[in-house]
Ligand binder design. Structure first.
Ligand SMILES: [Zn+2]
Length: 252
């Protein structure tokens, strides 16, 4: 296992580099493959040797090679963060193929969703719909016996929040409901842990923001709920099952 960490981390870095492109281009319906990445300041295409995840940003000290315009630290952070997520999922679930595959797929989907929701307050159907289909197909292919539970979790989680979104359109949107259906189809009953983490972290961060800038300004700067659902999804992938088992044991 310790040796396998290196290829998993390297692959996670490459995936993270692609997820940066997805978060940057997909909301504008631009191609994810063409053209090559270019500097937003001087439009010079990024050379392949300047496009190595994390390393290039460090060597260039966060600046474009041609015009020295600053390159956001978010790019290497997303790459390193994706690699860390892949290593964490592999470390926790390496003995269970179903959880390993579903976990890796889900955290990979959640990274661009969180970034796009943070940037633009939308959770694009062009990610949530194919993600739901991918979760159904993967679950059915690897673990057909567990499929009814996951579909039930998707229906309950997506349906409940969909109803909340319809009744209280200010709090949550249909994008959140669709993301919850995605979380349900990948996580099964652990989706409850994702919801709990999202509610607690969202309330906490909301209170901190309101405390610092006041109620009126706080409402405008509020972090969208999809970001917290994504965080909850990651926690549920890594620790969902033990938390659900612990909770059920307290019920006797
Ligand atoms: Zn430049």
């Amino acid at each position: 296992m310790p040796l396998a960490i290196v290829p998993v981390a390297l692959f996670g870095l490459v995936i993270g580099s692609f997820l940066n492109v997805v978060a940057h281009r997909l909301p504008d319906r631009r191609s994810l493959v063409k053209p090559r990445s270019a500097c937003p300041s001087c439009a010079t295409p990024v050379k392949p040797y300047d496009n190595v995840p994390v390393l290039s940003w460090l060597l260039l000290r966060g600046r474009c090679r041609s015009c020295a315009a600053p390159i956001s630290a978010r790019y290497p952070l997303v790459e390193a963060g994706t690699a860390a997520l892949w290593v964490a999922v592999a470390a926790v679930h390496h003995a269970d193929t179903t959880k390993l595959v579903l976990g890796l797929a889900l955290v990979t989907i959640l990274v661009p969703l969180a970034l796009i929701d943070f940037d633009r307050q939308i959770l694009p159907n062009r990610i949530t719909y194919p993600a739901f289909v991918a979760g159904m197909v993967l679950g059915f292919a690897i673990d057909p016996a567990g499929q009814p539970d996951r579909l039930l979790a998707a229906a309950i989680a997506g349906g409940t929040i969909g109803l909340v979104a319809l009744l209280m359109p200010r709090g949550m949107g249909m994008g959140d409901a669709k993301l919850l259906a995605v979380l349900g189809v990948f996580l099964g009953s652990s989706v409850a842990v994702a919801v709990a983490v999202a509610l607690v972290s969202g309330t906490l961060v909301g209170a901190i923001i309101v405390g610092r800038v006041g109620m009126a300004a706080g409402r405008k700067t509020a972090v969208p709920f999809g970001v917290f659902l994504a965080l909850g999804g990651v926690v549920a992938v890594l620790a969902g099952e033990p938390v659900v088992e612990w909770y059920l044991s307290t019920l006797g």
